[in-house]
Ligand binder design. Structure first.
Ligand SMILES: *[C@@H]1O[C@H](CO)[C@@H](O)[C@H](O)[C@H]1NC(C)=O
Ligand SMILES: *[C@@H]1O[C@H](CO)[C@@H](O)[C@H](O)[C@H]1NC(C)=O
Ligand SMILES: *[C@@H]1O[C@H](CO)[C@@H](O)[C@H](O)[C@H]1NC(C)=O
Length: 304
């Protein structure tokens, strides 16, 4: 009996890792962009990369691995990826994005930017990594974007990721840079060219002495901060356009673009939702009731 209870408890323990559940994604959509987005950093040899939380468990950044072939051919500088070590990337099987084997990302350590100098601070270590457009042979960018997943949920302010970013040529946008002093500053830019994959910008005035590696471009739309682009090349000030990643974010991370202004919430069948309880404690009356019912059903089933 005790054993059974324990077993059922484990079965119904909320899954705290993996992609966002439908409910978690809805919560993300409801809360995204209200505050200015949090910024994290990744120290990689002498470089400081910025990393942008896009959900309580996912972070997006310019990849320090699998990048520019002349710099580090399919490697992260320490491990050769495809040349000496045989790794089946799955590219030949028709994949476009590659889930990175853990040896290539397990040493990546991330910090909230404000804790960067805090030597006593334990950095966060990702548990999964996806290298976007890694297999795209037409890709002239040579740099790739990376999504990292964490097991633990973080208290972060993340931007919205709309499918339509509404950006047009001539729009004035500020990129967010980190100065040498570790403070955030605006870099005023203007959209000069765009297509579905990238935004090419020109400067509107000088830029602050700053870290310009993997710099985010946020845009305030309907009073919400949205994530529009991430810089990957500075000679021409080019940014990956975030909207191109919508489908893969949804498929891999459960970060899906659900319409913001739904008036009624569709009731969710009890039996399909063993993972509902996930951390959204307050204000979720339905969730609480549902869990209560589940628990009663469980107890009943024990006596049958
Ligand atoms: C690619 O296909 C081969 C042959 O079917 C298979 O053995 C391999 O596991 C696949 N690789 C990935 C990463 O899916
Ligand atoms: C960019 O930043 C400057 C100052 O930091 C601010 O005055 C300006 O309104 C911002 N522009 C946009 C488009 O947000
Ligand atoms: C971090 O340390 C550097 C050098 O020691 C210092 O210049 C900078 O102000 C510090 N930044 C923060 C955010 O504390």
């Amino acid at each position: 009996m005790k054993f059974e209870l324990l077993f059922l408890f484990l079965l119904f323990t909320p899954i705290a890792h993996g992609k966002l559940s439908k409910e978690e994604n809805q919560k993300r959509v409801d809360t995204c962009g209200k505050n200015t987005p949090s910024i994290w950093a990744l120290l990689y040899s002498q470089y400081k990369y910025l990393a942008i939380p896009i959900s309580p468990r996912h972070v997006f950044l310019l990849s320090p691995i699998g990048g520019e072939p002349t710099l580090h051919p399919w490697s992260d500088g320490n491990h050769i990826w495809e040349e000496n070590v045989k790794v089946d990337t799955g590219c030949k099987n028709g994949s476009l994005h590659v889930e990175v084997p853990s040896i290539f990302y397990s040493h990546l350590k991330l910090f909230p930017l404000k804790r960067f100098n805090d030597t006593g601070y334990t950095p966060f270590q990702p548990t999964m990594a996806l290298l976007l457009h890694f297999c795209d042979t037409e890709n002239t960018f040579k740099n790739h974007a990376l999504v990292l997943e964490f097991e633990k949920e973080f208290d972060v302010d993340f931007p919205c990721l709309p499918k339509e970013d509404g950006v047009k040529i001539g729009d004035a946008l500020n990129a967010t840079v980190v100065t040498d002093e570790g403070t955030l500053a605006n870099w005023p830019l203007e959209v000069s060219e765009l297509d579905e994959k990238e935004l090419v910008m020109k400067e509107r005035g000088g830029y602050p002495r700053a870290n310009l590696f993997g710099v985010p471009l946020f845009h305030e739309m309907n009073k919400k901060w949205t994530f529009v682009g991430l810089s990957y090349e500075l000679s021409k000030i080019r940014f990956f356009r975030m909207s191109q990643y919508q489908d893969i974010f949804c498929e891999w991370a459960g970060i899906c673009d659900t319409p913001v202004s739904t008036t009624t919430t569709t009731p969710i069948p009890i039996e399909s939702k063993p993972t509902t309880a996930v951390a959204n404690t307050e204000k979720n009356e339905n969730g609480k009731k549902r869990n209560g019912i589940e628990f009663i059903l469980l107890l009943v089933s024990l006596f049958l």
